[in-house]
Ligand binder design. Sequence first.
Ligand code: GLA
Length: 387
Amino acid sequence: MSGRMQAVRAEFARVFGGECTLVRAPGRVNLIGEHTDYNEGFVFPVAIDREVRYAVAPRDDRRVVLRSLNFNAQAEFSLDDIQHDAEQRWSNYVRGIAWALQGAGYPLRGMNAVIEGDVPLGAGLSSSAAMEVAALLAFEVAGGFQVEPVQAALLAQKSENQFVGLNCGIMDQFISRLGRKGHALLIDCRSLDYQAVPVGGDDVRIVVADSKVERGLVDSEYNRRRSECERAVALLSGRLPGIRALRDVTPEQLAEHADVLEGETLRRARHVVSENDRCLRSVAALRVGDVAAFGRLMDESHQSLRDDYAVSCRELDLLVEAAHAVPGVLGSRMTGAGFGGCTVSLVRAEAVARFQAEVASAYERAVGRPPEIYVCSAEEGAGTVEV
Ligand code: GLA
């Protein structure tokens, strides 16, 4: 058990006393397939070694009593009256999960819980999905019931969409719940079928660079991109009557019918259609060990997100350029929703130290402050922790 997990357990003993169960859910980094999940397309994320941890025990009443170590704060609510908390906003993730589980008919019980995490907040590594997925497991433990993992991811997404109010796709909750150690998951966001593909063998590393730019515009621009995609589908369906989402459009079809879309809508659609194609091609390359081809497709993904989807920013572009200047970097791109947050790079193991030094100093020279750079490992999705 990690030192942080022990701290969560010790805090539970101090605040609530008695036995507890430990659960955890990881953050994620998406290797390729960006802004494709809500277009019913393909994504290829890994669950990472940054996680949210809960120490939890059932109560005899219907109250949920929470203590957050990160915020050094308490929150409490009744399962019979689940409301938003405008002050302890971190607790809304737990409230939303209770709301979604109850709505789906699960027999919730009150619980005491201590919560702690080291997924950086607002960095695009899905700290909120980790909070939600861990909360869902905590309610399972407290209530003595089990939720099938794909169903759990869908309920966590529903909570984020309808209770927290962010219209995200399924990727983050899915990978946090179903990630596999040493693997990335190729997820079909329409059928929710998935395949685990080994990543980060002995000689390559997944390196995340956090721009430390607050993702200011992300909510409104994210929802705007979603509607632009829907508009593209509506316009294209005049020519391609069978389509339901941009997932159904091939790059050739888009090129053939480009005239029905005006400039900006065409660029948005072109990103999504090409990104689905890149995601499938990059996974095929990885399966045959062609990490160089995988890296090139990551680079193309970044260009497409920057130029066609317009969700990058100067700081993310700087990090990607600085990465490209380091020999041994196979590919580099922004990851997550964009407008700040992180880049992900695939780096040969022997080049990691140089990457850390050179990308950090180039970024600091240009922006005036250092980025934070982590080497990530691909971890198991959420679960209980053996004591
Ligand atoms: C956010 C959303 C995901 C996905 C990505 C972009 O992380 O939560 O559902 O849409 O942005 O790929």
